[in-house]
Design a protein around this ligand. Sequence first.
Ligand SMILES: Cc1ncc(COP(=O)(O)O)c(C=O)c1O
Length: 438
Amino acid sequence: MTFRQDGAAALEWAARYLERVDELPVLAQVEPGEIRARLPVSPPEEPEPFEAVLRDLDEVLVPGLTNWQSPRFLAYYSVSAAEPGILAELLAATLNQVGFLWRTSPALTELELHTVDWVRQLLGLPEGWHGHIEDTASTSTIAALAAAREATGGKAVLMSEHANVAIEKAARLLGLEPRKVPVDSEFKLRADALELEDAAAVVATVGTTAASAVDPVVAIADACEATGTWLHVDAAYAGAAWICPEFDWSREGVERAHSVVVNAHKWLFTPMDCSLLWTSRPESLRDAFSVVPDYLRTTDSEDALSLSEYGPALGRRFRALKLWAILRCYGRSGLETRIREAVRLAELFEGWVREEPGWELAAPRPFSLVCFRREASDEENEALLERVNRSGEFFLSHARLDGRYALRLSIGNERTTEADVRFAWDALRREAGVVDGK
Ligand SMILES: Cc1ncc(COP(=O)(O)O)c(C=O)c1O
């Protein structure tokens, strides 16, 4: 078999997977250790054909997949990898660029700066900001907080009690004290509870992981400016919504941030991984990360920017290619349409919950996440979630809001339709009856 023939078979496999992913269980129906038990204990001594890899993908690995590409994956923050991005990943692997210096891949470096600037324009962020790509928001946060530590000399990072775990991890890693700030009745950070004497940074979240709450960025920016504290905005999920003018309200104050993260791999349909980090203080990122030993020195001009001087990693893969492909093949209008459709479906589901006796909403819904519950005990809600997820028909997750268990239905996969959401709602009502013993 040749590269061309194997490649055609792999592409055919990919197309077929996407066509039938809605027929596969959403949550993997295997026990821990089951997949490893199906794999040979030792590596192959002799070469095998690529078709054997494709065969085992079907027979061994597909049963162990939790299918994030399924339109009925409605858990955590639901995401999807769009087809232009999938194809661009193949091209990126083909090119195998390693962009640690400008000269090791001028195209990678400049396309990355350019596409991230295109997204900046689409999202209405300030002109002139430096933006680049990290793998995940976890790494983007490490980079931002390292810059904050460098710029302020502060010792603590303040964040909402609902901030993503990535913030606490980044703070700990950098030797900064993570400090949780209480939230109000709508799960937004209480700006009046900020105590900033020794703070390096405040992390404001636009779209918290639990409930997609929008922290009061303007009030937080006021407090940060008064004390010289770095303001980092974590808009990993909801920042994508800024492409639609009706969500401008949720970007208010973000222009005053020192750094902002938006994950293209969350709600911009880019295959995992692609986290966009902007900063108005690129010199602080460089102060934190620029270490240039002799073997990395070049005679290239000052304009030859090395992206490895702006974050923790030296090596850098060609992530910009998939983002570029999606921006070109979808355009602003394609992205807006998909984001609006996700919000419309969430609004629809929210309405069904609101109108159904025995059910209640557990948090306001600013974007495409609905937090809700049965009017019943935490244990009953947990049992309901377990039951529907075990069926494999769709997949939801949970959060603890105000100390109470809540179910989360998140829409962000471009393949999710009204029929999928209706299916989930009907199944939830049916299963709730079973759990309640009705
Ligand atoms: C608000 C928020 N920030 C950060 C993260 C972490 O993202 P990543 O997995 O890219 O590190 C998440 C993940 O869901 C998130 O919801």
